[in-house]
Design a protein around this ligand. Structure first.
Ligand SMILES: Nc1ncnc2c1ncn2[C@@H]1O[C@H](COP(=O)(O)OP(=O)(O)OP(=O)(O)O)[C@@H](O)[C@H]1O
Length: 823
């Protein structure tokens, strides 16, 4: 058992704004300290108007410039090491909204170097597994989100969550020993780093997609990413299970300060309540002689029960923003950390026996002891070997004979019946070999066991003793007498299978092409696995119409993440090219090694042949310089090969991460766009309605307005719900400006008015021309200078298309107002 107080670290988020006066001292003997100096006038009613200095102790404080790598090395690596040793570990980030919790735990969304604790820890763990061949490791991942006191499984791939409520709900269960179990939380196996990172990505994407429209999920919910580890020595019945929780808590901002109301206030209360219960648990744990710890008050404290005052090595990262306006929140975060530092945990090695394995091992031991006893007491077993036993022995002998290793052994245990049977098999084999020639003997070792048995018994007229060896012999004889009909039948079957395969290949190709056509992303940048989720999300919405697609492209160009995405794309291309180059180098090195090996083999054979001929001299027994040289060369090539593999592996990890970042950025763009688009549509409707109302009030239904006759461009058929405010100025000169929506217009029309033609004759070219000409520059400038409203665009009469065109023009106008036309 290891007694250990919770380790607390501070991390300060970089800022360009004026900061409060603070100092970090990491040189103190007792750890580190963080001190805030608050001018007395500012302190009034602010934090505590009696003090000017606030000093807090930490294990270490990471100031603004500290990079993710250092955070991982100092904070996460020691915890990961103890998890590898079999202890439970938890790292949780606590701090106000926007102070860098997600950045620290998961990482930034822009650069590979911004990878946070989770991806780095996964990378580290899998690297350690690969270095330790004495153990078998098994890893599972779970990802839980707690929002408004409800748990959700972020890794459920069966669900296409568009809302948080669509995700499976996770329930807390407690067994009689008061152990907590999370029902419905899936544990996903991950055999390597890539799979684990994919799970992280899946969870993060689910979290992002399922965000409530009103607020960012990361601010309002707690997330617990857990690595479940099981390790054992091969064949051992003892296994060690450990868990590593990596926790990104909701923002700790105080409700009173946030000025929220309505739904947000309810949520904030929940969050504050769960963080309040967390604080209560922490206070209770830091008080001596407290017998009751109120873990059950909230889901978060129930889940973290082991991490707080239990069997776990726990570390807290207090994240802080030090701009002036955040001073009081930072001080409150530090105060919380000081209380956490008082909590003592007792981590124990989670070792257990695998009952199934233990039983099997004991059974084997009993059997072996019985056989040994029988041998020692002379009580030989006289029952026959079973068919399975005989088959197993024959396989053992075959493997033994096929093995080129001169030190190979044949272990049969103490059962005399088995030993005798194997001897008889070996004798059979031995009598077939020309005794004088060792080379031939070696060659014969590679002759299949089946052939050997057949040879021994000649052309099938031997006596059948019913042993498996005999059965094999008979099978072989029968094989040779296959009738022509049988062969034809087999050939036909083969052909059928070939046909089936070619049909399947064609289908696969078609499917692949379809996926590529539909794909938003380019396949050279995004791996198939990673793309799945984002594609699902994109497919969920309706296909973008032309106008919307245009707006989307413009939106992307103006999006704040655009530059970062472009940078990452370029970096990805660069890295992919490097990876290709390294791959080619590897192939070349492999070929060179194979060539060298062949030469070496040849050299050895020549020398051996020399020896067999008997004309070798003493000198030839010595080390052959050619051989030695070849060996050195091979070693050298192997080293280069290994180091290239190392580089390629690192590159692969980086490429995968970049792919994930791009994938996530795309999902975010898509989501932001849909949100923005619906806002534009809504305001468009609102505006047109208010304009119409103004005109109605003025008593001027735009007197010149004429209901369109069939074939007249500009107005849709009754039933259109789009928001055509003005008749088009363009193609139809007969129509004057009007500011009616179609609904308004319809209310003026007699019921008997015949339906208007939905798609005017000029529509196609005109719209197509617009769609293609809408490329930046001329059209953009024209639009921006003439301040075109949606009414200046001729409409199609198609409800969906018209709505899109209207919204698009508005959106474009807004963008222009915001950013100016693109050059
Ligand atoms: N150490 C850092 N270096 C660079 N950027 C940072 C750092 N810490 C945070 N940021 C940036 O600050 C912004 C807010 O950070 P983050 O989302 O991690 O805050 P948070 O505490 O998780 O907020 P919330 O409570 O809303 O989830 C992000 O854009 C992030 O990239």
């Amino acid at each position: 058992m290891v007694k250990h107080t919770i380790q607390i670290f501070g991390r300060i988020k970089p800022t360009k704004k004026t900061t409060t006066v603070y100092s970090v001292d990491n040189e103190e003997q007792t750890g580190a300290s963080l001190e805030f100096v608050v001018p007395r006038d500012l302190a009034d009613g602010f934090v505590n108007n009696k003090r000017e200095c606030y000093k807090f102790r930490f294990q270490k404080v990471f100031d603004q410039a500290v990079k993710q790598e250092e955070i991982f090395e100092n904070i996460a690596k020691p915890v990961a090491d103890s998890v590898l040793a079999g202890y439970n570990g938890t790292i949780f980030a606590y701090g106000q909204t926007g102070s860098g919790k997600t950045f620290t735990v998961t990482g930034g969304a822009e650069r590979y170097s911004d990878r946070g604790i989770i991806p780095r820890t996964l990378s580290y763990l899998f690297e350690r597994f690969s270095q330790d061949s004495s153990m078998v490791y098994n890893t599972h991942i779970s990802y839980l989100e707690i929002y408004n006191e409800m748990g959700y499984d972020l890794l459920d791939s069966r669900h296409e969550a568009s809302r948080l409520e669509d995700l499976p709900k996770v329930m807390i269960m407690e067994d009689p020993d008061q152990n907590i179990h999370l029902r419905n939380l899936s544990l996903q196996p991950s055999a390597n780093e890539e799979e684990a990172l994919n799970l992280l990505f899946l969870g993060d994407t689910n979290r992002m997609i399922a965000e409530t429209p009103m607020n960012q999920a990361s601010t309002r919910s707690h997330c617990v990413f857990t690595v479940h580890l099981c390790r054992r020595e091969p064949g051992s019945a003892t296994l060690r299970r450990s868990k590593l929780h990596l926790v990104d808590l909701a923002g700790s901002d105080r409700v009173s300060k946030t000025g929220l109301n309505g739904q947000l206030l309810t949520e904030a209360k929940y969050i504050n309540l769960s963080l309040h219960y967390l604080e209560q648990v922490i206070i209770a744990l830091s008080e001596k002689n407290r017998s009751h710890i109120p873990y059950r008050n909230s889901m978060l404290t129930s889940v973290l029960r082991d991490s707080l005052g239990g069997n776990c090595m726990t570390t807290m990262i207090a994240t802080m923003a030090v701009d002036k306006r955040n001073l009081d929140e930072s001080i409150s975060t530090c105060r919380f950390a000081q209380r956490v530092a008082l909590i003592k945990n007792e981590a124990i090695l989670n070792e257990e026996l695998d009952p199934a394995l233990q039983i099997a091992r004991l059974k084997r031991e009993i059997q072996s002891l019985k056989e040994e006893l029988a041998m020692l007491t002379g009580e030989q077993r006289d029952d026959q070997l079973t068919v399975e036993e005989i088959q197993k022995l024959e396989e053992l002998v075959k493997t033994f004979l096929d093995d080129r290793d001169p030190d190979v052994t044949l272990s049969l245990g103490p059962d005399m019946r088995k030993i005798q049977y194997c001897f008889s098999l070996l004798r059979l084999f031995h009598t077939q070999l020309p005794a004088a020639c060792p080379c031939l003997r070696l060659m014969f070792k590679n002759i299949s066991f089946k052939m050997m048995i057949m040879d021994k018994h000649g052309g099938g007229n031997g006596r059948s003793d019913g042993s498996p060896a005999e059965t094999v012999r008979e099978e072989v004889i029968q094989d040779s007498y296959h009738s022509a009909a049988e062969v034809t039948k087999l050939k036909t079957m083969l052909k059928q299978r070939d046909n089936e395969i070619s049909i399947l290949v064609k289908m696969l190709k078609k499917e692949k092409k379809r996926a590529q056509d539909a794909g938003y992303r380019s396949t050279d940048t995004i791996s198939a696995d990673h793309g799945g989720r984002a594609m699902q999300y994109m497919k969920r919405g309706p296909q973008l119409s032309m106008g919307k697609q245009e707006a989307f492209e413009t939106f992307i160009r103006d999006h704040e993440d655009h530059l970062a995405i472009e940078d990452n794309k370029n970096l990805l291309k660069q890295r992919s090219a490097e990876a290709r180059r390294l791959g080619e180098q590897l192939n070349e090195a492999r070929n060179r090694i194979n060539e060298l090996k062949k030469k070496l083999e040849m050299q050895r054979r020549q020398r051996a042949a020399h020896g067999v001929m008997g004309n070798h001299t003493e000198a030839e027994e010595e080390v052959d310089p050619v051989e030695e040289n070849l060996c050195k060369h091979i070693e050298h090539e192997k080293k280069a090969y290994k180091s290239t593999i190392g580089c390629l592996k690192a590159l692969r990890t980086e490429i995968e991460h970049l792919q994930l970042l791009l994938e996530r950025a795309k999902v975010k763009l898509q989501k932001d766009f849909h949100k923005w688009w619906s806002q534009e549509e809504a305001s468009s409707v609102q505006e047109s309605e208010s304009e119409a109302a103004t005109r109605c009030r003025a008593g001027s239904p735009s007197g010149t307005l004429q209901p369109s006759s069939p074939g007249t461009p500009g107005f849709g058929a009754p039933g259109l719900s789009s928001t055509v405010r003005d008749p088009p100025l363009g193609p139809d000169p007969n129509l004057n400006s009007s500011t009616f929506s179609v609904q308004d217009l319809r209310s003026f029309l007699p019921k008997s008015v015949p339906p208007l033609t939905a798609v005017p004759a000029w529509h196609d070219e005109s719209l197509d021309r617009r769609a293609t000409d809408f490329a930046p520059s001329s059209e953009w400038r024209a639009l921006s200078t003439t301040k075109l409203s949606s009414s200046s665009i001729p409409l199609t009469g198609d409800q969906q298309a018209d709505a899109d065109i209207q919204a698009f023009v508005r959106a474009r106008q807004n963008l222009l107002n915001r950013t100016g036309p693109p050059q």
